[in-house]
Structure formats: C-alpha cells, structure tokens
Write a protein that binds this ligand. Sequence first.
Ligand SMILES: Cc1ncc(COP(=O)(O)O)c(C=O)c1O
Length: 443
Amino acid sequence: MTHLNTDHLTPFGRVTSETIVRAAEQFGTPVYLYDEAVVVRKCQDALNMPNAYGLTVRYAMKANSNRALLQLINNQGLSLDCSTLNEVRRAHTAGIACDRMMLTSQEVPAGKDRQDLETMIREGLVYNICSLRQLKLIADFSVKHDQPMSIRINPGVGAGESVTRNTGDKYSSFGIHMANIEKALDVIHEKGFRINQVHVHIGSGGDPDMWRENIDRELMITEKYFPDAEIVNLGGGFKEARMPDETAADIQELGYYAKERFKDFYRRTGRKLHMSIEPGTYIVANAGYLVTSVVDEKWSGPTGFEFIILDAGMEANTRPLLYGSRHPFYVISNTGKLLSSEFDLSTMKYELDYRVVVGRCCESGDSQSLDYQGHIIPRTMANPEIGDYVVIGGTGAYCSAMSLYNYNSHVQAAELLLREDGKLKMIRKRQTLNQIIHNEQNL
Ligand SMILES: Cc1ncc(COP(=O)(O)O)c(C=O)c1O
C-alpha cells in the first residue's frame, strides 16, 4: 500500500486537508477543485511521449471545458480536440485560435453553422470528416480552397472502460466504418481532394494493449488507402488510475512502441508520418476533486447499510451511475484532520467501516458507491460527523463537464484552481437559481 504523508490526500498531488478546509470555508460546498501542478505535469508528460517524426498533443476539451483550464493547457503547448462547433466557439472565446483546434463531430452543420465552419476552417481549424454525408458535403469546399481534410475511421475493433465507451467496433457510430471505406474513397477520388490526416479513436479508458494494437491497424489503413496522409492521429483514451488498485496506461511505453512502428512505416514506404494524440482523461482526471459536506446520515438496519448523505452526488459526478466508476474518497474533519484516505486505509476496521455515500437527489441511483449494474457497494472509509467533508477524487474529467447539474434544481457547483503558488482561484462561479430558470416562460 502506498505510504501517505498524512497531510496530502494523494501520493501524486499537492492538495492537502488544509486546502480542502480553506476551499470549503472560502467558497462553500459543493465545489470542484483542480490542482494546477498536476495538470501542468500531465501536459508535459504527454508532450514528452516518444515519437518518430514529431508529435501534436490535442487536449480533448469535452473532458473539462472550463475556460481557465483551456487557457492553462493551451499555454502548456497543447492544441485542442473539439467535438462540436460550440466547443470550437467556446475555446475561441477563451482566446484560443482556430489553427490550434481540430473538430471531430457527429454534427452536420447547415445554414449559419455551415458558414461558421467554413470560416473556421479557413482560419486553420482542422476538419475531421466523420461520416459519408460529412465527406460529400465538404468535398467541393475542400477542392475549391485547396484545403486538405482529416478523416475518422472506425476500424471495427475498439476498447473502452465500459461498453458505452468503446468507439471502435460495430456498436459504435463514430467515424466511417471500414465497411464503407470503398464508398469514401470513391467520393475522394471522384472529387479529387486531399486527405492529409487519418484519425482513429478506439475508445476511452480501454486496455492499453488494444491501444497498442490499434497503432499497427491504423498504419496499415493509412498505407493501404491514404497515400497523401502526413499525420496519423491515434486518438485519446489512455487508461488512468483513479483508485489505488487500478493501473494506468504507460504512455512512455506506448510512445516507444509507436515510434518503432512509425520508423518501420518509413522504411517500408519512404513516408515520415507526424503523430498526433488526443488525451482528455489523462490530462485532467486526477487533478480534480469534488469537495462536499456531510449533511445527514441514515441506517437501513442490521442487514442494511450506513449511509452518509452529502451536499452533492450524481448531479456533480454522474460517472458512478453512468459507468459504475469508482472514485477515491477522502474524509476530512471540519478542523482539517484527515480521517481516512483511499490511499491508506490501513487504520480502518474493514467491515465496521463499510459505508455508502449518497447525494441529495430524489433518485436511488444517486450514490457514489455503485457497481456498473447500479448495485450499492459499500466502501471502507472513516465515519464523518455532520459538517465534516467528504472529498471525491479523480473528478477532473467528465464530471463537471458531463454532470446532470440542474436535476432537482440543484445549481451547478463552482470551480476552483489551486495555483502553483498555493493560492485558490475561483475559475467558475456557483450557478444561481435565477440562472436555471432564466429562459423559462410563463404559461
Ligand atoms: C475523438 C475523441 N478523442 C479523444 C477523446 C478523449 O478520450 P479520453 O478522455 O479517454 O482520453 C474522446 C473521448 O471520448 C474522443 O471521442
């Protein structure tokens, strides 16, 4: 078991129990807290991934689209992977230029959206064609402006942490499936435009061996079908370890493998391909904490459970309900004593300290202690008093960005950044009830 400095919540970050109490007292709970030092380190690690002929790292902004985080990550030298026109617009309003972004989307922009898309592409946005319809609709524009395009291929083999996060097999509608590759090539040849990038994203958080296998598959697809391609984009999806018993993908090792494969490709074909990756989870997941207060407790009898009721739940972190994801728990007294940490449970009496963490939503699935079928699975943790804090770790990716935040009219929580100098900066205000109802109309 990892030995823990009693003050630090995790072995890898700078957040301490003092930071939690300071955040809660200054800004209230529930509140998301991100550790700048972790984000910076992860950006640098990604940029240092071994490669043969150059690397572009695009942060998948869907993981967490907070303006200040986008600016921080962009300042580190990462570009962006956007999945909607609005994500491009949002990043643009944060001061990020279109030539730092790539759009990989299920949308088929029409009208004003289409005009905007064309303007963005002319300003340097990389358009990643994801369907035959998108391909046909962009062909004439591409030829007219001599603008090469990227293409997303569904290779028919994928891997995700759950079936719902596999984006590379026959159950997935993302990209042009290999079954349709000839149709796509017919359009490309008939119209005479250039595909300069091949993109495959097989899923999120899947088996790293599958990610490695995809490198070979994607290079094979590039060699066989896309003679003009100069860039091979391997997608995101690196498995991250949120819990102490999980193992993260080793991106150094994956990079070494990719480097050798890209060199082989050059030896075979004389083509030096630039490599691109799109990590989301890897950059922000373990930089994030959801800080909550204990508001109540309940007991469902001798064969039941001890419930700890927090002032946030599924509306702030939907991942347990959606995927059965486990997140580390830290229990901190309101005076700042670390009562238990997922990374060192050696002082806990296992069966006596089994507890279930729930939120305030009127929904049985509003628990942070669920398996992937929605069953309650108690977790070992200290017994907090009302007013103490339960911090949910690993919540930097797909939590704030993918939450059900207005369910039961709960307001969206504020977001804070723990700066490298130790100061706390609010990077999003707490939403108000008025903002929730702002667009509603009377009968
Ligand atoms: C096209 C694409 N790229 C990158 C990502 C980022 O994946 P992850 O957060 O697992 O790294 C996703 C996530 O779904 C995606 O769809």
